[in-house]
Design a protein around this ligand. Structure first.
Ligand SMILES: *Cc1c(COP(=O)(O)O)cnc(C)c1O
Length: 429
């Protein structure tokens, strides 16, 4: 395939935009080569500026669960656009979307809309610290909750030591209030609460980890978090920015039988517009300004265009109820990949749930970030490039999840398995 125009546009972008992109993973740094500049999308396809067409398993990193340019979403945006783009005053659309989310599986009593998942997680943590009067938070290695300072923190050396900034610009003083533990490690959660319990404001966790590839939580892991947060009066924040409405019509954590205190939403609930939210029990949400003293605000929060896209998306999901279809496509894909891999004697792990999945070139089941790092990431890079050349667009990094939309078909799954088979053929030759 030819990527000439993308290359030219990227060179020009680099002169005026930091790194040529507005979000780092778009740069293809992890896999090399030029990022594709996209001309348009349609259903489950995207077309780049050089005219190459791809089956799109990125779906704008998750929001486009109905595929590109869904008719209902486009119509909803157009009809609201007639009224104006933003008022900085309430509209009925915010209440409508809030109600829809409230009524969904595991939906919060009250919600507050913001513009990005980053803001949702940051605000939920401020709320948890505000209501508990405690400062320390627990997060898990490899979970992503946006780029707020308190969350750009890695584990220090040794278990349960002070966190260290994972980016220059994050003060050590802030990082040291973030405790970083391994995902799926119940024992370290229990030990940490034994040691610091009375100083912990909250635990924030991805209900299904999907920002180090996809990692399914062990049942006991989330249960241990729930038990200890209750026991010590800390809040349980379920970050559902990515998985919300992707494994069921609502939160994945509720489906797993756990009742968190606060929930972060994003991606799907905005239908491709910049919308996210945090919500939870009224006793906590009533502490947010203006009702309570904990401050949080936003000029474009609850923006009518975003609300309209979100309402149209969730209404359509409710009507279509595509979750069985997703499971079906996902099983077909993953079993096809495994069949091809075992034929070529190459080990893979393909964790999947609802409409999300990922591929690790690993000879063991991947349970945490260390397992991901120990997988064959060089092979992943070759796989990514091979698939791209065969017209299939996956996330350009082994640390990302892939997405299905309602527009993906069984035929496209077969095409994808065949392309994977061709790749493995090259790998072993
Ligand atoms: C994408 C994501 C975020 C951040 O959302 P942005 O809208 O990119 O700020 C937070 N948490 C999780 C789990 C995410 O997947």
């Amino acid at each position: 395939m030819i990527y000439e125009k993308s290359k030219q546009l990227f060179d020009e972008a680099k002169r005026y935009i930091a790194g040529g992109v507005d979000s780092p993973v778009r740069s293809f740094n992890a896999v090399g080569g030029t990022p594709l500049f996209i001309k348009n999308g349609s259903g489950s396809y995207i077309t780049d500026v050089d005219g190459n067409r791809y089956i799109d398993y990125v779906c704008s990193w998750g929001p486009l669960i109905l595929g590109h340019r869904d008719n209902d979403v486009m119509e909803a945006i157009k009809s609201v656009l007639e009224r104006g783009t933003s008022f900085g005053a309430p509209t009925d659309l915010e209440t409508e979307l809030a109600k829809i989310i409230h009524k969904s599986e595991g939906g919060p009593e009250k919600i507050r809309f913001v513009n990005s998942g980053t803001e949702a997680a940051m605000s939920a943590i401020r709320l948890a610290r505000g209501v508990t009067g405690k400062d320390k938070i627990i997060k898990f290695n490899g979970c992503y909750h946006g780029h707020a300072d308190s969350l750009l923190v890695s584990a220090g050396s040794g278990a349960m030591t002070l966190g260290v900034p994972s980016s220059p610009g994050v003060p050590q003083s802030l990082a040291s209030d973030t405790i970083v533990l391994e995902y799926n490690d119940d024992k370290s959660v229990a030990d940490c609460f034994d040691k610091y319990g009375d100083r912990i404001a909250c635990v924030i966790v991805e209900s299904i980890a999907a920002n180090m590839g996809l990692i399914i939580p062990k049942k006991s892991f989330l249960k241990t978090i729930r038990k200890n947060t209750r026991k010590y009066g800390a809040l349980f924040i379920a970050d559902e920015v990515l998985v919300g409405f992707r494994t069921c019509y609502g939160t994945a954590i509720s489906k797993m039988g756990i009742d968190p205190d606060l929930i972060c939403y994003g991606k799907v609930i905005g239908g491709g517009m910049p919308v996210a939210a945090y919500g939870g029990k009224s006793i906590y949400m009533s502490e947010i300004a203006p009702e309570g003293p904990i401050y949080q605000a936003g000029t474009l929060s609850g923006n009518p265009l975003g609300m309209a896209a979100g309402i149209a998306t969730l209404k359509k999901l409710k009507k279509l109820d595509p979750y069985k279809y997703f499971e079906q496509l996902n099983s077909k894909l993953c079993s096809g990949l495994h069949k091809s891999a075992s034929f070529h004697k190459i080990s893979i792990d393909t964790p999947h749930a609802g409409s999300i999945f990922s591929i690790f070139f690993s000879n063991k089941r991947v349970e945490n970030l260390l397992d991901v790092k120990n997988s064959n990431t060089n092979r992943f890079t070759r796989y990514f490039r091979s698939m791209l050349n065969q017209g299939i667009y996956f996330a350009p990094s082994p640390f990302e999840t892939s997405f299905l939309s309602t527009e993906h078909t069984e035929d496209q799954i077969s095409t994808t398995i065949n392309a994977f088979d061709s790749f493995l053929e090259q790998e072993v030759s």
